[in-house]
Structures are given as structure tokens and as C-alpha cells.
Design a protein around this ligand. Structure first.
Ligand SMILES: Cc1cc2nc3c(=O)[nH]c(=O)nc-3n(C[C@H](O)[C@H](O)[C@H](O)COP(=O)(O)OP(=O)(O)OC[C@H]3O[C@@H](n4cnc5c(N)ncnc54)[C@H](O)[C@@H]3O)c2cc1C
Ligand code: SF4
Length: 470
């Protein structure tokens, strides 16, 4: 009899195999394991796990349905609150959200809530014969009012889905040729297969949401144009896709990428399908990835799969401060990614053809905590050294893209260009304009963006009902 305090591990592809392919690394629970894991939940009366979920999924209720083998009902239960469960089951930082609140975690390992969510969503995809591709008449939309959602990342998709469920006519405008935001162009196939993203987007469409692609708001239509076209409220969920750079000499050499560019070329331009797609991307033999968040891990693991022989994460703090999900750090390690910790780049070195050939770094030590609460890295004098590399990928964070906010006269934005909103409603300082996700918080998480989309959908509903009653 397995102990209640120990969780059932999820099977994964062998590291030596998986670095040669882009297929999913984590393979998901088979049915038997899912039921065993679900049976660990003790159904706490106070449901602490639910309070850790930014979209309020009824976690113990869906888990109970799993124990009874009622998987399709479990999927419906999750979808009452979360329109993208297969995505969240894969990429949500459950360990710091619902699972950290789980009572079992006090003495043992918390219930694998994320893995169960993934199991349920995958089961539904495999066994539900309802057609989520949209055809024929849209569902009945009793409220009738038109709402525009700008940006099709998790914030926009959630806001659009919730508004459609409330009966609004929603048009989602996306600047790229495919919807999904970072879920499509950032997170690699081996963590989130595009087919799963497509399926969940089809579900959002099946709720009646119209998606208009290649529609850069600010260029083809201004926000004013959208109001003139009859949209009564607008949600802005345009993310924070403007990469930071280190600001060190040599960053303009060929072979230096922002993680954003590197992952976009791999994901959207299908570099991972070489030679079927001849994408302009040069990976090189030795790659340094600067940063230690999820974006850095994704870049490092993508570089390995695209043929790099040696990939090193360069991070100025220690392992304890690495912001990536623990699971992804372990995955990277298993795949052979190296870690140069307490190390900071100070100069990119180029060869006579202006291609990267090295990275000069300095060793660091940790001093007093800074404003982020983490101990401040301080250079160790005289510890400079050079790493020989062919490619550098900078994954040190992103800022909101100022394009759209700048075009909205009078819109209140913060110091870093993020849009300011009322946290209760998601409304900006301009009536009828709402915002949420990374454009408000700076780069955060999928589930936080979804939570913001939900708050704004409720805010928009209240706003539109209020304006009708006036
Ligand atoms: C590589 C990578 C890995 C990550 N891994 C994780 C993870 O494992 N777990 C996790 O929780 N989070 C992860 N994140 C963070 C997470 O993906 C983001 O916090 C989340 O996607 C933000 O959602 P969003 O809807 O605010 O914006 P985005 O996902 O950025 O979507 C914004 C969308 O708006 C579109 N857009 C922009 N401007 C316009 C315009 N003017 N008109 C029309 N459309 C526009 C963009 O093209 C984009 O599609 C990762 C991020 C990256 C980059
Ligand atoms: S806290 Fe953990 S054990 Fe308690 S109901 Fe939630 S998932 Fe189950």
C-alpha cells in the first residue's frame, strides 16, 4: 500500500532520448496512477488548496470525481473556472500556488494537483467526442453587447471566454498570425505541444469568441476606432514582450539573441522542424544562456535540442535564488545543461567576422538583500575569466511593449510602462478600457494572467450592466 504522504511521480521521457526530439518531456499520469494520486486527497473541509488558485478552481471537487472515475465530469468541473486546463496542468507553477497550500504538504508531499488537472484535461481531449471546432451558428449570446479583447495570450483568452460565457459578443484581436501569445511563441513544444494549445483555443472559439489574426491594434485600428465600431468595452492583454538587454559591450555581435527572438524563431518559424523549415537561426556548438528563470531554461533546453553540444546557464546569484520552476531546473540538469552560478557577464567578445567567440565573466558573491528581497550579488575583484562560446542568449526579463499604451491619450502607466488598473475590476483610469496580465504586472505567470482576465471579465460585465441601467 503506497504511503499517503508520498506522491506518485509522473513518468518522463528518458533524458538521453528527449534531447534529440521536441516531443513532450513529461508523459502524464496513466489512469491507474491518476486515481491513486487522487485518492491521497483528504478533502479538507477548509479547502486551503482552492485559496492558492488564482482562478479559484474547485480542486477537491474535481479530484473527488477523479477518484470515482468520472473524468469527463471532472473536466467540466475545472472548466467552470478555468478554460485552459491542459495548459495550466502543464505550465502552472502549482508548487508555489495551490500545492503549497495543500495540507498533505505539511508532513509529506502535497497532492499532485497540476498533474491531475493535466490528466483530466488530456482524458477529456481523448474521449470527449463533442466537436470543439466551430461551425454553423455561434452559441446564443443573450447580452448581445460587443466587447473587444486585444491580445490572445492567457489573459486575453480567459477574459474572452468568461465574457462569452456571460453572453457577450467578443472579438479577440491578435497581432500575430496565430493565437496564444507566449503559450505559442515562447514556451517550447516539449513543455506545451501546439496541438494542445490549438485544442484549448478551439474550446474558447466554441464559446462564441471570434478571433481576428494579423490585427495589430494601434496600427490597423486605434482604441478609438474600436469604440466607433461598436465595441462597448475593451480589454488590453498585450503582454510584456519587450526584451531587456544586459547593456554590456559586444551585445550587438552576430550570434547574440534575446530569448524572445531565439524562442520565437524556434517556435513560430519552426526551426525545430529543420530541414523541413529552413529557419534563420544559428545555434553554434557552445551556447551561454544568461538568466535563470523559466525563459532561460526553455532557451537552454531548446538550444540543446537544436544541436548545441554544450549549453551553460550563466546566473549572477546562487541556485537558491534561481526563479525557474524547480521541475524545469531538474529537467535541464538531467539533460546535461551546465550551470555557471554566481557568475556575471561583463563583455561579449567577437572574432574578426563580428561573430561571438567568447563571454568575459566575473565571479560574484552574495551581499545584503536588495529591494527584491534576494541577496544582492557583488563582483569579486580580480575574478574575471573568459568562456568560449559561439552563441549567447539573453534571458534576463522583459518589459511591457509601449506601442499600444502610448497611443491611448491620457492612459495611466507606471514607471516601467505597465498599465495601471483598479485591482478589483481591472479597469484603467479610462472608462470602458480594461487591462490585465503581463502588461499590468510585468512578466509573471500564465495563471496570474488568467486570473487578471477573469477579474476584468467580471469588471466589464458590471460596467456594461451599470451603463445599461443608467
Ligand atoms: C519562454 C517563456 C516561458 C514561460 N514559462 C512559464 C511557465 O512555465 N509557467 C508560467 O506560469 N508562466 C510562464 N511564462 C510566463 C507566461 O507565459 C506569461 O506570464 C503569460 O503568457 C502572460 O500572458 P498575457 O496574456 O499577459 O500575455 P502574452 O502571453 O504575452 O500575450 C500577449 C499577446 O498580445 C499580442 N499583442 C501584443 N500587442 C498587440 C497589439 N497591439 N494588438 C494585438 N495583439 C497584440 C501578442 O502578440 C501576444 O499574442 C513564460 C514566459 C516565457 C516567455
Ligand atoms: S489541501 Fe490538498 S488534501 Fe486538502 S482538499 Fe486540497 S488537495 Fe485535497
Amino acid at each position: 500500500m503506497p504511503s499517503r504522504l508520498v506522491r506518485n511521480p509522473m513518468p518522463k521521457q528518458d533524458p538521453q532520448e528527449r534531447i534529440r526530439n521536441f516531443s513532450e518531456v513529461a508523459l502524464g499520469y496513466p489512469e491507474e496512477l491518476a486515481r491513486q494520486e487522487a485518492a491521497r486527497c483528504i478533502k479538507c473541509p477548509k479547502r486551503p488548496c482552492v485559496s492558492g488558485c488564482p482562478v479559484g478552481v474547485d480542486i477537491p471537487d474535481f479530484i473527488e470525481l477523479v477518484t470515482k472515475g468520472k473524468y469527463l465530469e471532472a473536466a467540466q468541473k475545472i472548466k467552470e473556472k478555468n478554460s485552459l486546463p491542459a495548459i495550466c496542468g502543464r505550465v502552472c507553477p502549482q508548487e508555489t500556488q495551490c500545492e503549497i497550500q495543500c495540507t498533505l504538504g505539511k508532513r509529506g508531499e502535497p497532492v499532485a494537483i497540476g498533474a491531475l488537472e493535466r490528466f483530466v484535461a488530456d482524458y477529456e481531449r481523448a474521449h470527449d467526442d463533442r466537436d470543439h471546432t466551430v461551425s454553423g451558428d455561434p452559441p446564443d449570446l443573450p447580452n448581445g453587447e460587443m466587447v473587444a479583447v486585444v491580445g490572445s495570450g492567457p489573459a486575453g483568452l480567459t477574459c474572452a471566454a468568461d465574457l462569452a460565457k456571460l453572453g457577450y459578443r467578443v472579438t479577440l484581436f491578435e497581432s500575430l498570425h496565430a493565437p496564444g501569445g507566449v503559450l505559442r511563441y515562447g514556451i517550447p513544444e516539449f513543455r506545451l505541444p501546439k496541438a494542445i494549445l490549438d485544442e484549448e483555443i478551439s474550446y474558447v472559439k466554441s464559446l462564441g469568441v471570434e478571433i481576428r489574426l494579423n490585427a495589430l491594434i494601434g496600427q490597423i485600428y486605434s482604441i478609438d476606432d474600436l469604440f466607433k465600431m461598436g465595441y462597448k468595452a475593451i480589454f488590453i492583454g498585450v503582454g510584456a514582450g519587450l526584451p531587456h538587454f544586459l547593456g554590456i559591450p559586444g551585445e550587438n555581435l552576430s550570434g547574440v539573441y534575446s530569448a524572445n527572438e531565439f524562442l520565437t524563431r524556434s517556435n513560430l518559424m519552426k526551426a525545430y522542424l529543420f530541414p523541413e523549415y529552413a529557419t534563420p537561426i544559428k545555434v553554434g556548438r557552445r551556447v551561454a544562456v544568461v538568466g535563470a528563470g523559466n525563459v532561460a531554461m526553455d532557451s537552454a533546453r531548446t538550444a540543446l535540442r537544436l544541436g548545441a553540444e554544450e549549453v551553460t546557464i550563466v546566473y549572477r546569484r546562487s541556485r537558491k535564488e534561481m526563479p525557474a520552476r524547480h521541475e524545469e531546473i531538474i529537467n535541464a540538469e538531467e539533460e546535461g545543461v551546465k550551470f555557471a552560478l554566481l557568475t556575471n557577464p561583463i563583455r561579449v567578445i567577437g572574432n574578426e567576422k563580428k561573430w561571438v567567440s567568447g563571454l568575459e565573466c566575473i565571479k560574484m558573491e552574495l551581499g545584503e538583500p536588495d529591494e527584491s528581497g534576494r541577496r544582492r550579488p557583488v563582483p569579486v575583484p580580480g575574478s574575471e575569466f573568459v568562456m568560449e562560446i559561439d552563441t549567447m542568449i539573453s534571458a534576463i526579463g522583459t518589459d511591457p511593449n509601449p506601442l499600444l499604451p502610448k497611443l491611448i491619450p491620457g492612459l495611466k502607466v507606471g514607471r516601467h510602462g505597465n498599465i495601471e488598473v483598479d485591482p478589483e475590476t481591472g479597469m484603467t483610469n479610462i472608462s470602458g478600457i480594461f487591462a490585465g496580465g503581463d502588461i499590468v504586472t510585468g512578466s509573471a505567470t500564465v495563471i496570474a494572467a488568467m486570473g487578471a482576465g477573469k477579474v476584468a471579465a467580471r469588471g466589464i460585465d458590471r460596467y456594461l450592466r451599470g451603463s445599461k441601467e443608467q
